[in-house]
Design a protein around this ligand. Structure first.
Ligand SMILES: Nc1ncnc2c1ncn2[C@@H]1O[C@H](COP(=O)(O)OP(=O)(O)OP(=O)(O)O)[C@@H](O)[C@H]1O
Ligand SMILES: [Mg+2]
Length: 231
């Protein structure tokens, strides 16, 4: 469960400072599928970094599964990232000279999981997004855009996170490929009960979620259930 209470984030810049989040509060229950929308510069990625324990708020509180993340030190943040969260970044390219399988195994190296187990878990993870043996040994330049995104999702899943954060995961994809990637997210949510928070500019993409939170100028301007998609 996620609880944000009056979270702000101020970036120091050469010219002074910029407040990217201006008092954000909401709760997200386990198993929700939430879309975050809003114009460029409205603070979506900033929020995602805080939710993902990649950064801490300037003020306010962030509770993740009852733990106050806003006060943790870097080592403790790393533990949370490795243990509970899977990230899918639009700009987070795969390692180009590593195969699909090695890319997906990578997060487990930091958790000192044995090689045979790393491989087994990577295969399960790839299977869950519809990628099989014939793709294991491909490099990213031998994959389609949708396949690359699915490898990125598989990599986010390999540490069995309860929370998946995805920043524009379908940003560069055509409609058909987007549907395949979004289908993978929906299955992870509906069949495996994982909490998913997905940033998108596209209304069509947000329609796949159960709840849509709109941001503007670092604040929540609306937070609504997506009636179409209630299951
Ligand atoms: N490290 C930083 N230092 C200074 N300002 C920053 C930094 N990161 C982000 N900002 C500023 O904070 C604001 C919010 O940025 P953020 O990346 O969260 O926007 P966004 O909603 O994700 O936009 P987009 O849709 O374009 O990805 C922007 O005005 C940006 O310039
Ligand atoms: Mg962004």
């Amino acid at each position: 469960m996620i609880e944000l209470s009056d979270v702000t984030k101020t970036y120091k810049t050469g010219a002074g400072s910029f407040q990217a989040l201006r008092g954000v509060s909401f709760r997200i229950e386990d198993g929700e599928f939430v879309a975050i929308m809003g114009p460029s510069g409205s603070g979506k990625s900033t929020l995602m970094h805080i939710l993902g324990a990649l950064d801490t708020p300037t003020s306010g509180k962030y509770f993740l599964n009852g733990k106050d993340v806003s006060t943790l030190c870097e080592d403790e943040l790393v533990d949370i990232r490795l243990g509970q969260i899977g990230f899918v970044f639009q700009s987070f390219n795969l390692l180009p000279r590593a195969t699909v399988l090695r890319n997906v195994m990578l997060p487990l190296i930091y958790k000192s999981v044995e090689k045979s187990e790393r491989e087994a878990r990577a295969k399960v993870s790839l299977e869950s997004v519809g990628l099989y043996e014939e793709h294991y040994h491909h490099l990213s330049n031998q994959l389609s855009g949708g396949q690359i995104q699915r490898v990125a999702i598989a990599r986010a899943l390999v540490n069995d996170p309860s929370l998946i954060l995805a920043d524009e995961p379908t940003g560069n994809l055509d409609t058909k490929t987007s549907e395949i990637v979004l289908g993978a997210f929906q299955r992870l949510n509906q069949e495996q009960g994982r909490t998913i928070i997905l940033i998108t500019h596209e209304k069509d993409v947000a329609e796949h979620s159960d709840r849509i939170i709109h941001f503007k100028d670092g604040m929540v301007v609306s937070d609504t259930k997506n009636q179409k998609n209630l299951h």
